[in-house]
Design a binder for this molecule. Structure first.
Ligand SMILES: Cc1cc2nc3c(=O)[nH]c(=O)nc-3n(C[C@H](O)[C@H](O)[C@H](O)COP(=O)(O)O)c2cc1C
Length: 358
């Protein structure tokens, strides 16, 4: 029977198992470049079938949180190289998540300028800045002439990722960030070719994906979406139609995988979406995420509802989650107070089985 422990081919990569470490921002890159502590951190997760890194900004314009790394400068490439080398030395596979926060940012990160977005719609909520929490501001709507520059940011970041020896990239089009802001009608009220119809709202994601696939090869590209996630003040009037379209049109480009956050990270979703309709429209690997445990993960894979399962919080607290699932051992509890920012505590000191047993 196929389950979490079964190998799988992902593009050119022969993965040893079907467990994915979900992308998780940890705010431990004060200079915007990966640190030796981050090298140690990612190396601990090398037994995952695939690691997807925390979101990494595609440009300075894409920043939205303190101490998050980028993937668009020579220095960043050199520091990420230390991460990929260490993970590969342990037999692991690692993709970097390409991130532009759009309106989920603050003028503090941009020399006082407004963050950019599809439309000038202020999200409810607050930004995490170096000066503490600040209300989100009304973003500046991107000019039509600026869109090609956004696509170029993703293309360039993907080229940087390959230079840093990542096995591939995941385009972050989930959780209320820039590409998701374009997709959904609660945040996109444009009247040009990037707004209005579902086709128009999906255009930027498609063009970004096409540019990235052309740059590094489609079999090294994944895309993350979150059809019912209300996090970051997101709303969509017809998510089933929108995300069916997104999956079907992305599929034509033959990317390696579609990674779907199947839950809402802020409260109950106000809508239902049949994720299997999305899965059926996408020809590549389908990675399911959101509230999975071992039993549900195995069931999802054995019934072919998904090809792989990504774990967020469970992985965060259990770098050797694969082995713990295999042996049915107890899991470490995650400490929320150390999720975002800080030092090694709650980052590289969750005990591994071997240290517990010894
Ligand atoms: C500390 C933390 C940071 C996160 N950062 C990111 C991120 O950078 N990119 C992203 O797409 N999702 C991010 N997420 C969402 C997770 O990838 C995942 O979708 C979520 O935790 C649900 O999966 P789970 O129920 O297995 O934890 C983050 C979640 C947590 C807990």
């Amino acid at each position: 029977m196929t389950d979490l422990f079964s190998p799988i081919q992902l593009g050119p990569l022969a993965l040893g198992n079907r467990m994915v470490m979900a992308p998780m921002t940890r705010n431990r890159a004060p200079e915007g470049t990966p640190t030796p502590l981050m090298v140690e951190y990612y190396t601990r997760y090398a037994s995952a079938g695939l690691i997807v890194t925390e979101g990494a900004q595609v440009s300075e314009q894409g920043i939205g949180y303190p101490a998050t790394p980028g993937i668009h400068s020579d220095t960043q490439v050199a520091h990420w190289q230390a991460v990929t080398d260490a993970v590969h030395a342990k037999g692991g596979h690692i993709f970097v998540q390409l991130w532009h926060c759009g309106r989920i940012s603050h003028p503090n990160f941009h020399g006082g300028a407004q963050p950019v977005a599809p439309s000038a719609i202020q999200p409810a909520g607050q930004a995490f800045t170096y000066e503490g929490l600040k209300d989100f501001v009304t973003p500046r709507a991107l000019e039509l002439a600026e869109i090609s520059g956004i696509i170029e940011q993703y293309r360039y970041a993907a080229a940087c990722a390959i230079q840093a020896d990542f096995d591939g990239v995941e385009i972050h089009s989930a959780n209320g960030y820039l590409l998701d802001q374009f997709l959904r009608d609660g945040s996109n009220t444009r009247t040009d070719t990037y707004g209005g119809t579902i086709e128009n709202r999906a255009r930027l994601l498609l063009e970004v994906t096409e540019a990235v696939c052309n740059e590094i090869g489609a079999d090294k590209v994944g895309i993350r979406i979150s059809p019912i996630n209300a996090f970051n003040d997101m709303y969509e009037s017809d998510p089933q139609a929108l995300f069916n379209h997104v999956a079907g049109t992305l599929s034509v480009l033959k990317p390696a995988y579609l990674h779907v956050v199947e839950i809402s990270m802020s409260g109950e979703p106000d809508c239902r979406v049949d994720m299997q309709q999305i899965r059926q429209r996408f020809q590549g690997i389908y990675i399911a995420n959101g509230g999975y445990n071992k039993a549900r993960g195995n069931e999802t894979i054995s019934t072919q509802a998904a090809d792989m399962v990504a774990y967020g919080v469970l992985y965060l607290a259990n770098p050797d989650l694969l082995e713990r699932f295999r042996q049915d051992t107890p899991l470490n509890e995650a400490d929320q107070s150390t999720f975002y920012g800080g030092d090694a505590h709650g980052y590289t000191d969750y005990p591994l089985l071997e240290s517990v047993g010894s």
